[in-house]
Ligand binder design. Structure first.
Ligand code: PEP
Ligand code: MN
Length: 366
């Protein structure tokens, strides 16, 4: 798919430098709330695109489901008052038609829609022959194929300007975030489609105001192309996502506090120093690979020896001893427990597989 995928970056379409900043209320609730919030955001002189949800996909019934068509008029009024482009979420052909007719500049597909190929296809079909940028949020579940599939359906419908939005993933275990960031998936997506700009949505990752700036900074440090952050003139009484929205004034403070680092600099000393350090990393990786291969060879010998003596592969005491000693050693060397334990689990699982293979060889012979 990658070869025939030609994406025009959203930043080029907007004619802005990284990071693209998108903000506005979770939902358009009234004309006054939408327009005032957007005007105050505009006054910060930092935000490039205004957002507001018009049709809200709610997890449970009985919650605020958006203002519908009147909300579109409020958003367009905000566009006229501020001179900024506006974006909203679409999930059906009817949403697309109404948003296009009203003059919405950019569309986005929400996380609950990206999971459903029927809905994504319906949106893509409604967009055939239309030249409008579309941003695609990651699906609620950690499935890169669904995310790619949605982009591909839009691309096939002729959409050229696209961006992805990383808003975290649902998980059964409740951690500090509303949606687990699983940064590695966003990075994998960026690796698969380097020309696709990725916008981080700290609001939906966090689900609360406290962690917003930490996540926004982390997104920028991972070279995300922009941020989408929800803002409301009076967050505490917001009809949706009250806990995660910030006032425009606090949005300004948050944005002021962020450090935008470049992906690279055009400076010879920097490049030379970086390449020396990278050579050292290459060297260490080479040693690691050799050591891992040597370790697996020994596992194979252990497997043969256990087989000859009729002993089981897994010996819990030995595994506990490994974990215990290595964690203590790692701690003394400044490595985190999480890293050491994840790494050991991977190595140990592979070791078991190797020994299993040796055992199976006998089974075949018997
Ligand atoms: C939103 O942006 O308000 C929204 C509903 O987000 P998500 O699709 O990420 O849940
Ligand atoms: Mn929201």
């Amino acid at each position: 798919m990658k070869k025939e995928f030609h994406i025009q970056p959203l930043s080029a379409w907007l004619k802005v430098d990284r990071p693209i900043l998108i903000s506005g209320p979770c939902s358009a609730e009234s004309e006054a709330q939408t327009v005032t919030t957007c005007m105050q955001i505009r006054a910060l002189n930092k935000v490039h695109v205004l957002r507001a949800g018009i049709w809200k996909p709610r997890t449970r019934p009985g919650q605020y489901e958006g203002a519908g068509l009147p909300g579109l008029d409020w958003l367009i009024k905000a566009k006229k008052e501020t001179g900024l482009p506006v974006t909203t979420e679409v999930a059906t052909a009817a949403h697309v038609e109404a948003a296009l007719k009203a003059g919405v500049d950019i569309l986005w597909i929400g996380a609950r829609t990206t999971v459903n190929p029927f809905s994504v296809q319906e949106v893509a079909d409604a967009l055939k022959g239309v030249d409008i940028p579309v941003m695609v949020k990651n699906p609620v579940n950690p499935d890169l194929e669904l995310w790619m599939g949605a982009l591909e359906r839009l691309h096939r419908a002729g959409i050229k300007t696209m961006a992805a939005i990383h808003r975290g993933f649902s998980s059964f275990e409740k951690g500090p975030f509303r949606n687990a960031p699983m940064w590695e998936l966003a990075i994998e997506m960026k690796t698969r489609l380097p020309e696709l700009e990725m916008i981080c949505d700290p609001s939906h990752i966090c689900g609360n105001r406290e962690l917003l700036s930490f996540v926004a900074q982390k997104g920028l440090d991972l070279d995300m192309s922009g941020l989408m952050i929800e803002s409301h003139i009076n967050p505490d009484v917001a009809l949706s996502d009250a806990k995660q929205q910030v006032t425009p004034a606090n949005l300004g403070k948050l944005l002021d506090g962020l450090i935008v680092r470049k992906a690279s600099v055009n400076n010879k000393t920097f490049k030379d120093t970086l390449s020396i350090l990278r050579e050292q990393i290459d060297q260490i990786d080479d040693e690691l690979m050799n050591k891992l291969a040597a370790r697996m060879k020994i596992s194979e010998q252990i497997g043969t020896y256990k087989r000859e003596n009729g002993v089981t592969i897994l010996q819990v005491n030995r595994w506990e001893e490994i974990i215990h000693t290595r964690l203590a050693q790692g701690r003394a060397m400044g490595l985190t427990d999480e890293f050491v334990s994840d790494m050991l689990k991977l190595v140990h699982n592979e070791s078991i597989q190797v020994q299993q293979k040796v055992m199976n060889q006998t089974a075949e012979r018997v």
